[in-house]
Design a binder for this molecule. Structure first.
Ligand SMILES: Nc1nc2c(ncn2[C@@H]2O[C@H](COP(=O)(O)OP(=O)(O)OP(=O)(O)O)[C@@H](O)[C@H]2O)c(=O)[nH]1
Ligand SMILES: [Mg+2]
Length: 449
């Protein structure tokens, strides 16, 4: 992980475009580019003015490869904190290839995925959780996912965790002080005060951990499961919502055997909408396997639409409580389908006809309103599984401190567990990190970011 090399990468999407953008970072970037870039205007020749778009040519071995715009960002005022340059050229794949070859010939090395953001992290431009947010901003495909990523990028979340960590650092310092004076049997940290703070920190950590349920749903898509009896019209409803003949529909009960998942954007949200095998007792081996998967999908859902075939089934035959027992945390919506055939009382179910596509707009609106109501208004939702693990470990260590106090155990044991908790909290912002961790985080980035 050598961050002192001079790297280059195509930062725009691969393929032909109106323009393409190359990015360079490293201490020797400007020296290397000087041999290739010739500014059009005398006033813009070397030394290049900082952060100004310069028109010029890339000339390599007496051959003009392209007319380009170069912007130089001298260290430390750049994304990576190093000398950084961005060069936009005409977007043909041929030009991109030719330029890349001449950059390599001049000594630039190809950038690994996430290399620029890694350097920004190593130079203190952003912390690790902000770096992760950069990847999320690039990947966000809905307003809700984008909003979450931007919040994390601004760093409020990191500061929030850091504030909690610093309070615990104060406590740890008092305990360490006691250890220094261990001969004299003094206590600097009042134990009941300490426990009070631990309880606060603990419930705070729990809040953050709980927030991942929604944080993850908003980032990766809200799991929305369509369930009901066989033939109720689940697959027809999926198709109506997607406006696409995605799933097979047939009058034969047991058509859908496996779960089928699609992304579905509604207002600010992305849903992972999942069609499932119809629920019933009995069925052959394959159907049973399918039904098992249906229950598994329900258990992981945030929202569940129960499709009630109002034509074939009376409302009293539906056992919603038994269904909700599979996922008490999820929100269940009941729709009465096939209302084109049935005039049965609706019992608060939303009337639709998936086949005739009536009530679909109302159902979308209901989904939207329900999601808006359910989405927590917390300032900071945890969106990374890595953070949840760190928070859970920190919580476990704090609980161990608490137990140790109750059992009147020695100060060095308290100090040990508290240090462990601090270590885990510090992992979130990357105050402590290993090369392995950094590699696993940044390898998920795209090249050029
Ligand atoms: N009249 C009417 N028929 C419908 C409606 N919705 C679905 N159907 C019909 O009901 C039958 C079953 O529809 P599917 O969408 O395959 O039902 P499913 O719930 O996915 O069934 P399985 O996959 O077998 O569990 C098909 O013949 C559909 O055309 C509706 O609103 N009105
Ligand atoms: Mg089906």
């Amino acid at each position: 992980m050598n961050a002192e090399t001079d790297i280059v990468a195509l930062a725009s999407a691969p393929g032909t475009g109106a323009i393409a953008l190359f990015r360079f970072s490293g201490p020797g970037v400007f020296t290397k580019l000087q041999a290739l870039f010739f500014a059009h205007y005398k006033s813009q020749q070397w030394p290049w003015p900082a952060r100004k778009a310069l028109l010029g040519k890339i000339i390599y071995q007496d051959r003009t490869i392209d007319e380009v715009i170069l912007t130089a960002y001298p260290a430390p005022h750049s994304y990576t904190g190093q000398n950084l340059a961005e060069l936009s050229c005409h977007g043909s794949e041929y030009i991109q290839r030719e330029l890349l070859q001449c950059f390599y010939a001049c000594g630039f090395l190809p950038a690994e995925p996430g290399a620029f953001t890694l350097r920004a992290f190593l130079n203190g431009k952003l912390d690790l959780s902000q770096a992760e947010a950069v990847a999320d901003v690039v990947a966000a495909d809905s307003r809700a996912a984008h909003e979450q990523a931007m919040k994390h990028l601004r760093g409020g979340y990191s500061r929030h965790i850091e504030q909690m960590r610093l309070k615990l650092v104060d406590l740890a310092a008092l305990l360490e002080l006691e250890l220094d004076f261990s001969e004299e049997d003094v206590t600097f940290a009042n134990r009941s005060h300490l426990q009070g703070l631990l309880h606060n920190a603990n419930s705070h950590l729990q809040e953050l951990i709980d927030g991942f349920y929604w944080g993850n749903a908003l980032k990766t898509g809200i799991p929305l499961v369509i369930t009901g009896k066989p033939n109720a019209g689940k697959s027809t409803l999926l198709n109506a919502l997607l406006q696409d003949e995605r799933a097979i529909v047939s009058p034969i009960a047991g058509t859908t055997r496996d779960t089928l998942e699609e992304r579905f954007i509604l207002g600010p949200y992305t849903y992972r909408i999942i069609d499932t095998a119809g629920l019933h007792d009995g069925g052959d081996t394959i159907e049973r396997l399918g039904i098992e998967r249906s229950y598994k999908a329900i258990a992981q859902a945030v929202l569940v639409i129960y499709v009630w075939d109002a034509h074939a089934e009376t409302f009293s035959q539906i056992n919603m409580d038994a269904l909700q027992a599979h996922n008490p945390r999820a929100h269940f919506i009941c729709v009465a389908n096939k209302t084109d055939l049935s005039h049965a009382p609706l019992h608060n179910a939303l009337p639709i006809s998936a086949q005739q596509q009536t009530g679909i707009t109302e159902l979308k609106q209901l989904l939207l309103n329900t999601t808006q109501q359910l989405q927590p208004q917390a300032d900071y939702l945890v969106t990374q599984a890595r953070h949840v693990h760190a928070l859970q470990h920190a919580q476990k260590a704090l609980q161990a401190v608490d137990t140790a106090i109750t059992q009147n155990l020695s100060t060095d044991l308290l100090a040990f567990e508290l240090r462990d908790a601090l270590q885990h909290l510090a992992e979130i912002s990357g105050k402590v990190s290993s090369e392995e961790l950094l590699t696993s985080i940044f390898s998920r980035f795209c090249i050029g970011k």
